[in-house]
Design a protein around this ligand. Structure first.
Ligand SMILES: [Zn+2]
Length: 322
């Protein structure tokens, strides 16, 4: 007897948590859970955590109705053998065939893809990119990641590593990036840098003992600064917060202009934690992008917010199966 297959499982593997969800064919998540990924304990323990989330779902949903499992992971996913190589912040992890091990355990189809690519796929199929055949997807968070959607499909590159837009350099003599290069856009607009830059400016600005709006929001403890607080202060009119975010938007626009010039794309969809920034940040991005992009590429250039928020990882992973 044929059982109707109605859902897929999407697993979003991160350095801190494993999130897994039941995803329907229309991209809806009726149920999800999250556990510690235990990334410091090595691949065997991480795999056990992934298996646990799937077993929990199969305890509630009929496994014979599951189309398969999709997994989004940090690191480079090989196109030829689907191994995951060197995911950042995972201990003792050189090269692991996650998909094969999960497939052996559950005996159903399992696919794996880089997490930024998964989020791009999710936005393309169910989110802000649905009306665009081609676009650049940017994850603006701790770092800057991305995915390239061409003709509604993810572009992986011949070795599976395409979309590393955070390491487009905007200054060859600039700040040293984690990757070893200088002036990467990530080291100017990533979450940590925004907090650090705000702190530096606040400490260097004489204020006659009057707390600025942003200092009030963190009760004077500048180590608590994060992009959400900076955004909130900016919305309340704090000039330092506005300045930091506007500058970040301007710099990101410069980097994006180079990428759009190379790829001949017109649309940028921005997701990730910092993408919730106020509208004026998007104005700054589009203004600098338009000022630097080649004239023939300028027509119809758009920068829009992603729609799926932090569910994009689960939905995109499940989309590998759906
Ligand atoms: Zn870099």
């Amino acid at each position: 007897m044929n059982t109707k297959k109605t859902y897929a499982i999407g697993v979003d593997l991160g350095a801190t948590t494993v999130k897994a969800g039941v995803v329907t064919k229309s991209g809806f998540i009726p149920d999800q859970l999250s556990v510690d990924s235990k990334a410091k304990k090595g691949p065997a323990v991480v795999l056990q955590q992934i298996i646990f989330t799937i077993q929990e779902i199969f305890g509630k949903y009929n496994p014979s109705e599951c189309l398969g499992i999709g997994i989004g992971t940090p690191g480079v996913v090989s196109i030829t053998d689907s191994t995951v190589q060197h995911p950042p912040n995972f201990t003792d992890w050189a090269k692991v065939d996650v998909a094969k091990q999960i497939r052996n355990k559950f005996k159903i189809p399992v696919y794996i893809e880089n997490d930024a690519n998964c989020a791009a796929i999710a936005e393309a199929r169910f989110g802000a990119g649905i009306e665009f055949k081609d676009f650049l997807f940017v994850i603006w968070g701790t770092g800057i990641g991305g995915g390239v959607i061409l003709d509604r499909k993810i572009y992986r590159g011949p070795y599976g590593g395409a979309g590393e837009i955070g390491h487009v350099s905007i200054d060859y003599n600039g700040r040293l990036c984690n990757c070893g290069n200088y002036g990467c856009i990530e080291s100017y607009v990533g979450q940590r840098y925004l907090s650090q830059r705000t702190k530096e400016i606040l400490l260097a600005t004489p204020k006659d003992n009057i707390q600025t709006k942003i200092e009030k929001l963190v009760d004077g403890d500048l180590n608590l600064l994060d992009p959400e607080i900076i955004s909130q202060a900016a919305e309340e009119g704090d000039p330092i917060a506005i300045g930091v975010l506007e500058e970040a938007g301007t710099l990101l626009g410069y980097a994006l202009s180079s990428i759009l010039n190379v790829l001949d794309l017109r649309v940028v969809v921005i997701g990730g934690g910092v993408s919730a920034a106020p509208a004026f940040v998007y104005d700054a991005i589009i203004k600098s992008l338009r000022s630097r992009i080649l004239k023939p590429h300028k027509e119809g250039v758009r920068v829009i917010r992603a729609k799926l928020g932090n569910t994009a990882g689960i939905i995109g992973a499940a989309s590998l199966v759906l």
